[in-house]
Structures are given as C-alpha cells and as structure tokens.
Design a binder for this molecule. Structure first.
Ligand SMILES: Nc1ncnc2c1ncn2[C@@H]1O[C@H](COP(=O)(O)OP(=O)(O)OP(=O)(O)O)[C@@H](O)[C@H]1O
Length: 259
C-alpha cells in the first residue's frame, strides 16, 4: 500500500500541490487525469521521492519513503517520466539493461539478459535490440523505456513483495494498437501485488482500464474513486471546460465519452 498524507509543494510563491492525501492499493490500476498544469507530474515526483514535499508524509507499506534505503527503493519502485531522450549513445538493449542495474555489480548475469530480452519482447521491441536508441521514433523510444521499467520490477520466483510502478503519460506517442497492448500489460501487472500509478489524458482509456481514478485540478484532488463516478458529466465540465456526452459501446456495453 502507498499512503500520502497532506502533501503540499511549492516553487517560489506558486503552490503546485495543495494538501493532497491518498491511498493506493496493490492490485489496483490507478489512472491520474487532469488538465495541463494540474499537478499530475509533480504529484508523481513527490510520491516517488524525486521531489520532497514541503509538508506531509509518504509511506510505502508502513515505512516512511525517506527512511527506505535507495538500494531497496530501486528494487521495489520504477518510474517512467515524460523525458524520453538520453544523454548517452546507448543501444536499445543497454537502455533496457539499465532497469537491471539494482540487481548486478559489474556485468549482467545470463538471467539479467534473459529478463531484459523478455521485457523487450513484451512491448514488441525485441527485433530492435541492437539498434541505437537515439535512432528510434518517439513511440519506439517510449516502448523501450517501458521495457526498462518492466525489467526493473521483474519478479523473481518466490518474490511476493509489493512493487510500485509510476508511469507519466506512457502511451502518449503510441498508436492505438500499442496503447491497448501496453495498458493491458500494465493492468495485468497491477493484479500481481503492484501499486500502479499512471498519468494519462484519454478519458475513454481511463473508463476502460482503470480500477481507480484520481482527477486533479489546480494542485488538488478534485475527486478520487471508481472511474464511472469520478469521470461524470459535472466533473469533466468543471475541470476540462468541455461538455461531455456518454454513449454505450454497442458490443461491450461500456460507457464511452464523446464531446
Ligand atoms: N520547476 C518549476 N518551476 C516553476 N513552475 C513549475 C515547475 N515545475 C512545474 N511547474 C508548474 O507547476 C504546475 C504543475 O505542473 P505539472 O507538470 O505537475 O502539471 P501536469 O498536470 O503534469 O501537466 P501536463 O498535463 O501538462 O503534463 C504547472 O503550472 C507548471 O508550469
């Protein structure tokens, strides 16, 4: 479980996060939505320890996040940020192997290599293994970084500890086939004792995949709960300033938003 209590964060005089409290449970796929500048990425940075809140506490299980050694954090928590480019000239397999750094000293083991390969396979990028990362398209880079975080949280047999996965707009550059493939993969991971926090902009994908939705606005949580309740007409109109309409998917019976 991840618990955050009364988080606030400021830069200069601007309050980016204003008294945010939440509980995220392993097994639940949490999606975070909200307009540009609502504070979604900033909240992710606080929850992952990249930034330190001005007030408030974050607990992973019953441990305050700052008290957990970084070497332990690296094996339980993985983060995919919006920044996809890398300052070094690395191959695709070297980028994915970065996810295994917390597990080996000097050289990756055969098992690390197998894990990295299987994660590349899972995101449909195995055939790009030897390519220069810098030469990939935006969507291909996004998939390789996803393979990196999957490799970081890869569960060894017998490891039943809670893992924490944070993805900041992981599908923004992906075509619709891969949007669904990756979200399906992440939903499957969530069921395996993982806390999953994913920022997206697509309301219909949240309605389709999320167990739990956090709707943010102006540095605060506007609403949190099950998707159909949180993403209602009034909330969408208030937060996104657009009037939505909902129809029923002819095959699945699911709620779909149009506007
Ligand atoms: N280093 C910084 N200095 C000043 N302002 C910042 C800084 N980082 C973020 N902000 C501001 O904080 C607010 C929240 O930013 P944040 O990136 O968390 O928004 P977001 O909800 O993730 O937005 P988007 O959907 O556009 O990615 C924005 O107004 C942003 O301009």
């Amino acid at each position: 479980m991840l618990k955050a209590e009364h988080l606030s964060f400021q830069i200069g005089r601007q309050t980016l996060i204003d008294d945010v409290s939440l509980t995220l449970l392993p097994g639940e796929f949490t999606m975070v939505l909200g307009p540009n500048g609502a504070g979604k990425s900033t909240l992710l940075k606080l929850l992952t320890g990249t930034e330190t809140p001005k007030t408030g506490q974050i607990y992973y299980g019953d441990q305050p996040l700052p008290s957990i050694p970084l070497s332990i954090q690296a094996r339980q928590k993985a983060v995919l940020s919006q920044l996809l480019s890398l300052p070094f000239d690395l191959s695709v397999s070297e980028v994915v192997m970065m996810g295994r750094y917390p597990y080996f000293d000097l050289n990756p083991t055969v098992q690390d290599i197998q894990i990295a390969d299987s994660c590349l396979e899972a995101v449909g990028m195995f055939s790009f293994k030897t390519r220069a990362f810098a030469s990939l398209s935006g969507g291909e880079k996004q998939k390789v970084h996803l393979a990196r975080v999957l490799a970081q949280l890869y569960r060894q047999p017998g490891d039943e500890s809670v893992k924490y996965l944070f993805l900041d707009e992981p599908i923004s550059a992906l075509d619709i086939h891969y949007q669904h493939q990756i979200l399906g993969l992440v939903r499957e991971l969530a069921t395996k004792n993982m806390v999953v926090f994913v920022i997206v902009h697509d309301i219909n994908l949240a309605l389709q995949y999320a167990d739990n939705v956090i709707l943010m606005d102006q540095g605060r949580i506007f609403n949190i709960g099950i998707p159909e309740q949180v993403l209602n007409t009034n909330a969408i109109e208030t937060v996104f300033k657009i009037r939505p309409y909902f129809i029923t998917h002819p095959e699945t019976g699911r709620r779909v938003m149009i506007y």
